[in-house]
Design a protein. Structure first.
Length: 249
C-alpha cells in the first residue's frame, strides 16, 4: 500500500493517510513522527518512513498532537515492537492510556447522520479501524517548557486545548511551519467547505476552548500549515486562524 508523501521543506514531510495526516521530521538519520493515522493506516505509515529513507528503528519518538483513534493508530505498535517512546502533553497522557475517552460517540455521529458527508465518513472510519481502541500502555509526558523539544526537527509544543484537553500544535519556527493536528484543519469528509476551518462541532470535547485556542495559533509566525486533515495550506498561519474563527462564528 503506497503512501502519499509530500516534502514541505528540507527534512519535513506531510503524509496523507486515509483521510488523516501525519508528519515526519528528519534530522540526520533520526526522525520524529508526529501522529500515526488510523489503525488501518499501518502499511501506509511504514511505507511513508521508507519513502523518506527512514525506518521504524530510526524513529526517535512518536509525538502526539492528541490521542484520538485516527492519530493514535500505530503508536502502541511502534512502542511495543520497536521500543519507540510515545510522547504527549501531560494532560493528554491519561487519554492516550484510555483512562477516559474524549471522542465523538456513535450516538453523536448518528444524530448528525443527516449532515452531508457524515455517513460516508462513518463507513470509512469503520473500514480503517477507527472504532477500535489501541491505547498506549506507557505514554510519556513531554516537558512543558518554553522552547523546542530535544527531538529531531526541534518542534515547539503549543498547548491548544478544546479538541481534547491535552491537544497540542507544534511550531517549527526556523522553517516557518505549524503542525496543527485537529486544532485547525483545511478540510474534512464531513465538511462542505475547503480551506482553514475548525472541525464540525461534534468532534470537539469543548468547542468554546477549541475556538479560544485559535488565538494561540494566530500568534505563531509561520507561512505553512500542516493540518491533521486536509491538504497543506500555504500562506500566513495567523490569517488562517483568523479565517477559521470567522467561519466558526
Amino acid at each position: 500500500m503506497g503512501a502519499d508523501v509530500r516534502q514541505v521543506a528540507d527534512g519535513i514531510h506531510l503524509v496523507h493517510g486515509s483521510h488523516t495526516n501525519w508528519v515526519i521530521l528528519g534530522e540526520g538519520d533520526a526522525v520524529t513522527l508526529i501522529d500515526t493515522g488510523y489503525p488501518g493506516d499501518r502499511e501506509r505509515l511504514l511505507a511513508s518512513l521508507e519513502a523518506v529513507g527512514s525506518s521504524p528503528e530510526a524513529v526517535t519518538a512518536v509525538l502526539l498532537t492528541h490521542a484520538h483513534n485516527d492519530h493514535l493508530g500505530s503508536a502502541e505498535y511502534l512502542r511495543s515492537v520497536y521500543g519507540t517512546p510515545v510522547l504527549a502533553h501531560p494532560a493528554e497522557v491519561p487519554h492516550a492510556r484510555r483512562e477516559f475517552l474524549q471522542q465523538v460517540s456513535v450516538g453523536d455521529v448518528l444524530g448528525n447522520a443527516w449532515r452531508p458527508g457524515v455517513l460516508p465518513w462513518l463507513v470509512h472510519v469503520l473500514r480503517v479501524g477507527g472504532a477500535q481502541q489501541h491505547p498506549v500502555a506507557a505514554p510519556e509526558a513531554f516537558p512543558v517548557v518554553d522552547g523546542p523539544l530535544d527531538l529531531p526537527g526541534r518542534p515547539v509544543p503549543v498547548h491548544t486545548p478544546g479538541h481534547t484537553d491535552g491537544h497540542c500544535v507544534f511550531h517549527l519556527p526556523d522553517a516557518g511551519v505549524v503542525i496543527s493536528g485537529d486544532a485547525l484543519v483545511s478540510g474534512h469528509l464531513t465538511s462542505r467547505i475547503e480551506g482553514p476551518q475548525l472541525l464540525p462541532d461534534m468532534f470537539h470535547h469543548e468547542r468554546a476552548r477549541a475556538l479560544a485556542s485559535l488565538d494561540l495559533i494566530e500568534r505563531l509566525d509561520a507561512e505553512v500549515l500542516l493540518p491533521g486533515h486536509g491538504p497543506v495550506h500555504q500562506g500566513s498561519v495567523t490569517a488562517a486562524a483568523q479565517h477559521a474563527r470567522e467561519r466558526a462564528v
